[in-house]
Design a protein around this ligand. Structure first.
Ligand code: TNX
Length: 540
């Protein structure tokens, strides 16, 4: 009787005494990794990177080892040697191993990461898997490791907690689209975006290169596409500047992305959303902003452009748009009647189908995978076409694509449109009558993108997820980053981490560290729950 309360006091005293230590230990013990790995066991102990640490990597892993060595050199000044095998006087080693047999448990992009006191092991089936293991390793170090020019860390700060991680992505397509037509964003800004994507283990950068306000990519056979079509943007239609990427710029962006296992997928939007090209070559258009499908020469024009684009983007994917083909003047074209008669068409719907089928088949015949916005599902396009579902009010389009056997990418407006506001009253696309979010960080993180009703086979047709940054209203780099970050962290987590209950509180705790990383990267992220009142943005 007397013992009980005393014992209780004794026990709680021990707990009160120990709690801070446990806390401190668990802080070191649970690194803030975004996206959350599939499994992670943490134990007391650590691995310290110092001037004596060696990187061990076979030839096929050399590129990833060089990347890691460079990142570590920037923060430490250490020139860590890279060797193909251990030598006996190596004191501590970081071993990168490629083993084809591991594919069964890591998948193509997964990895295992083990940190013990004297050795770190990263094991994967592919260099991409090793690269993601390295990204996880970097997130275990202080946030400054992510700075473009990091300050030198003090010796002892390069400590990795002892962990065993097994990780692999849920989806193979983890993308972000940037619209460089409505407003142009520089090569430097795209490279900065690519670096941030790599930290999040995202792997597709989709560039919306053409639209009504501007044509943003050099095409040698049709120089007016940029000398005329690249003038101005949505805020300043008359320019004066020509804003576009030269072929060298594109090669530079593609290479920067490739080094970080990111594919750059070009979009040439057609037959609609093409006013910039129509200003340059009106002979292939309907008098306004839509390609003229009744002119036989239009098809050669399209083929020549797409051939140059494929030469420039080795990703193997080409997005041909196909969205919002409306307000065209096809019915007024003098050659339309005979075109329809010749093909036995009775509606302009069939004419649009004719065009989309031609373009998707041409892309597929060249060995590229065509991609179209979900409008194309209404047509008999190449079965190889990946359908990108965006119209959240039309889930039938998504389901129809699945039923027709297409692979799909999920990017509905009400979750993954990063041009939509984060919260009510905040900056974002102010489309009137549009269902405009808000697409909050929390909403995205808690969303299950694949309908429950899908069978396993249907789910396998879902390639993955993509967020889209349309830029009608986004005029500055600061605004652009404010809309992307930190929502990109939520996107990464639903695209990479396993299906199932996602712990929002835990995510938000990890996000605090992620925001320190954003600061190190000079990213103008939105502080969750706040936005600066002096922010200037267009509202119409
Ligand atoms: C719809 S999504 C569009 C874009 C706009 C966007 C604005 C899609 C395929 N078409 O042209 O920029 O909405 O949110």
């Amino acid at each position: 009787m007397i013992n009980t309360p005393l014992r209780a006091i004794g026990i709680s005293a021990v707990f009160i005494f120990l709690l801070p230590c446990f806390h401190a230990m668990s802080e070191e013990a649970a690194p803030a990794i975004i996206p959350l790995p599939l499994s992670m066991q943490v134990a007391p102990g650590a691995f310290s990177i110092d001037a004596q640490t060696a990187l061990i990597a076979p030839d096929a892993a050399h590129t990833v080892a060089t990347y890691l060595a460079l990142r570590l050199r920037k923060v430490s000044g250490f020139k860590l040697p890279i060797r193909t095998r251990r030598v006996h006087n190596d004191s501590t080693t970081i071993v990168l191993r490629l083993a084809a047999g591991t594919e069964a448990d890591t998948g193509e992009e997964g990895y295992r990461l083990s940190v013990r006191s004297g050795q770190v092991d990263i094991l994967a089936a592919t260099p991409a898997g090793l690269f993601y293991g390295v990204q996880t390793l970097l997130q275990m170090l202080p946030p400054d490791v992510h700075a473009p020019n990091p300050p030198r860390l003090a010796p002892g700060e390069l400590r990795l907690p002892q962990v065993e991680i097994a990780d692999r992505p849920r989806f193979s397509w983890r993308g972000l689209m940037i619209d460089v037509s409505r407003h142009f964003f520089s090569k430097q800004q795209l490279k900065k975006t690519i670096d941030a994507m790599a930290m999040h283990k995202l792997n597709v950068l989709h560039l919306h290169l053409t639209d009504d306000p501007g044509w943003r990519v050099e095409i040698e056979q049709y120089p007016k596409l940029t000398s005329v079509g690249a003038i101005g943007d949505r805020s300043n239609p008359r320019g004066p500047a020509r804003l576009f990427f030269s072929k060298d710029d594109i090669r530079d962006i593609v290479e920067h992305a490739r080094q970080q296992h990111i594919l750059v997928v070009p979009e040439i939007d057609m037959p609609g959303h093409a006013e910039a090209a129509a200003r340059a070559y009106p002979e292939f258009f309907d008098g306004e902003k839509t390609f003229n499908p009744a002119n036989p020469d239009t098809y050669q024009f399209v083929k020549n452009i797409l051939t140059e684009i494929m030469g420039l983007f080795p990703s193997g994917y080409l997005h041909f748009g196909g969205d919002e083909v409306r307000d065209h003047l096809w019915a007024d074209l003098p050659e339309m009647d005979s075109f329809m008669q010749e093909h036995g068409y009775t509606s302009l719907h069939e004419v649009e189908e004719h065009f989309d089928r031609f373009v998707s088949n041409f892309i597929a015949e060249q060995g590229y995978t065509p991609i179209g916005w979900d409008e194309v599902v209404a047509f008999d396009v190449s079965p190889k076409t990946i359908v990108q579902w965006w119209l959240h009010l039309r889930p039938q389009a998504r389901d129809q694509a699945i039923a027709k056997g297409h692979r799909i990418i999920i990017s509905p407006t009400n979750y993954l449109y990063f041009d939509y506001p984060n919260a009510v009253g905040e900056p974002g696309a102010p489309w009137e009558g549009n269902d405009n979010g808000p697409n909050s960080l929390e909403l995205i993180h808690q969303w299950e993108p694949v309908p429950d009703s899908y069978t396993e086979e249907e789910e396998a047709q879902v390639l993955g997820l993509q967020a889209n940054l349309w830029t009608e209203f986004i005029t500055t780099n600061d605004y652009y980053e404010y809309m992307i970050f930190p929502r990109l962290s939520a996107l990464a987590e639903i695209a990479w981490s396993p299906k199932g209950n996602k712990d929002l509180d835990d995510f938000k705790k990890r996000l605090e560290v992620q925001c320190r990383r954003y600061e190190a990267m000079h990213i103008n992220y939105r502080t969750p729950g706040e936005w600066p009142s002096d922010f200037t943005y267009i509202t119409n």
